[in-house]
Design a protein around this ligand. Sequence first.
Ligand SMILES: Cc1ncc(COP(=O)(O)O)c(C=O)c1O
Length: 402
Amino acid sequence: MGEVKMTLPFTRMPSPFQSLPVPAPDPIFAIMTEAVAAGTKAINCTIGVVMDEDGQTTLLPSVQRAINDVMEDLKHQRFGYPPLLGVPAFRSSVERLIFGEKHPYTVASIASTGGTGALAINLRLMAMLLQSKRILLPSPAWANHPPPCVAAGLAVIEVPYLENSIPTVQPLIEQLKKEKGDVGLLLQAGSHNPTGIDLENEQWADLVRAIKEKGNCIVLLDCAYQGLKHGVEKDVAMVHLFLRENIPTLVTWSAAKNHSIYALRPGLACAVVPDATTKSSVEGHYSRITRSIHSASSTVGQLVVARVQEHYKEEWLDDLKQVRTTLARKRKAMIELIPATCKAALRGFGMFAMLPLTQEQILRLKNEHNVFMTLDGRINIAGIPDARIGEFCAKVRKVVGS
Ligand SMILES: Cc1ncc(COP(=O)(O)O)c(C=O)c1O
């Protein structure tokens, strides 16, 4: 047998794919990849994951038990298509977490692929409702907030959120007054990403007043960190504040951080609606939206969350308390050791703080000291082991020169 030569049957034509501009990499995933490649000498404060002392993703004991149960169940299952809206027990247990055990609201909901999928779905619903196709976004915002807004066809109007590391609501209120028609607002319910610094209660109250005065607003509350600030009930206080005032409100929710199941991707998109007829209509739209993206979301993560909430809730609340205690301890230790110019940035809650470092200092931290963070100075405090906080702060002191 002679050698078979593979020849192309036609001259290679230019491919339309080659005309695509090369996109910028995702700022968070790109630096995370660099940190992981640098190995154990790296201090990886890039992506928002709660890690243990060895740099491994934390697995909450309550969630581990639920995963064991679900895995056992799956051995005896067949895998037909799930409902487009997701696993009913998941949706109802997350609705109870967000709105309260015996809440009075009528809620339309759909399970999503992560909190990001919930954003994509709710932003598309918002775009169907807004004539203006405009959404206000306090900035700095999570790096992945503008892209799904734009993908939904909304123009993003960024409004300053911080003045010298202190949150301000005034620019948002001013912008609301300027908006002529209807408008959307994308707000974070707590443990703000990337700053860790949330609005104070009076500021929330001022904002709610301004929204009511303007009328014609739809608010989307992004709730990706429920339980990481003060506790699961307190961390959704803003949701109730908006609903008490009858402001049209959408909520997006993620189980990534509070169940520590980033890879399983369960999330929920909800809308609080006036009655059962509207609920059915909104859920119909949710179903059509998800069908047009990727049909139903994967159900394994949903089953895990439902199992945690139905069988291991008390244990899970204790696990979350432990996460909060760890975060508070790390912040305290850092505040003592970090240069004076960075202390105010660390006084927030949740996983993140945004250090006032220059890009040059951030690059020196990476290139000379193996400390990895995004170029805006955001650090994931939950990614720095206790044993390396001293080392981290000493390295920051070196580049800051104090
Ligand atoms: C503010 C905010 N919203 C939504 C999400 C999305 O979460 P998920 O990983 O479930 O898509 C994140 C994740 O980092 C986030 O920080």
